[in-house]
Design a protein around this ligand. Structure first.
Ligand SMILES: [Zn+2]
Length: 294
């Protein structure tokens, strides 16, 4: 591939407000998650709610869609009763009028109606918030994640189906297939999003059963891996193998192992979390020479 064969023109990140979470959420805990969610008095400093914006030759692509401002202005957005209290204990949001998905896109010269494809890393509220603005967009989701929609206990599992299953949305449920692409190893399965190998969706379950990541490859650029909520701190994951405290620990461990192995094979790989304060700098820092891994 040469530079002029690069179908991607630009990759940017915007944020739909900020979220506060507990340290146990980001860095794990010895106690069960329900316990620290109910009792933790500590909150980390506010983190971004990242939406990655990829300008592709065939149209604008989003990775995740952020949190809906209605969640802080509409008192009926979250479930009521004990479940609502649980949601309030899990995360605190701040979203100003200029931080909605359409407003953030406008600041970089786009309208929500320009979005051709929106990939959802998973179905939690802070990743699906832009859906009301994405009628006519191809909404891509792993079939295993989509299965949680309108399922029993969906809200207890963090899936607010009534804000996701909206009229007019065009869902594209994907199933991971064996991919003949040695550069994604140790991953063996994936989905080639635009059929040109520039963006590959990879299964990284753990945070939720159908969580996925997206590998973005461009000639002359370090590869990017957008990982959703697989990690809240890529540096801690890389250097200390720290895992978050939410989701299936066993699956988080296995997905993290695969991501770190992918990075060992591609030392320039930049791991971009949805709420990692370092993700923006990781995306925009200049390309460096990397010696191949031994
Ligand atoms: Zn999230």
């Amino acid at each position: 591939m040469t530079e002029d064969l690069d179908p991607i023109r630009n990759v940017q990140v915007i944020s739909t407000g900020t979220v506060d979470i507990h340290p146990q959420h980001a860095y794990g805990s010895r106690t069960p998650s329900y316990w620290w969610i109910l009792t933790s008095r500590r909150w980390l400093t506010s983190r971004p709610i990242n939406v990655f914006v990829i300008e592709h030759r065939d149209g604008l692509v989003l990775f995740d869609t952020g949190q809906d401002r209605a969640s802080v202005t509409d008192r009926d957005y979250f479930p009521s009763g004990p479940l609502g209290w649980f949601y309030a204990r899990l995360a605190r949001f701040n979203i100003e009028p200029h931080e909605t998905l359409p407003a953030q896109l406008e600041q970089i010269g786009y309208a929500a109606s320009d979005v051709e494809v929106a990939v959802l890393s998973h179905l939690h509220q802070d990743h699906i918030g832009g859906l009301p603005h994405l009628q006519g967009t191809r909404i891509v989701i792993a079939d295993t994640e989509y299965a949680m929609l309108n399922s029993r206990l969906d809200e207890a599992r963090g899936v607010l189906s009534r804000h996701i299953d909206l009229p007019g949305l065009e869902w594209d449920q994907i199933r991971f297939q064996p991919l003949d692409d040695p550069d994604i190893a140790p991953f063996t399965h994936g989905v080639d999003l635009m059929s040109d190998r520039s963006m590959i969706l990879l299964p990284t379950p753990g945070h939720t059963p159908g969580s996925l990541s997206m590998l973005v490859r461009r000639p002359g650029h370090d590869p990017l891996l957008m990982v959703g909520d697989l990690t809240y701190d890529a540096a801690a994951m890389q250097h200390d193998h720290v895992l978050p405290g939410v989701g299936s620990h066993r699956q988080l461990q296995e997905s993290t192992r695969q991501v770190l192995e992918l990075q060992r094979r591609h030392p320039g790989l930049r791991i971009l979390g949805a709420h990692d304060p370092a993700a923006q700098a990781a995306l925009t820092s200049p390309h460096q020479q990397h010696s191949p891994a031994a």
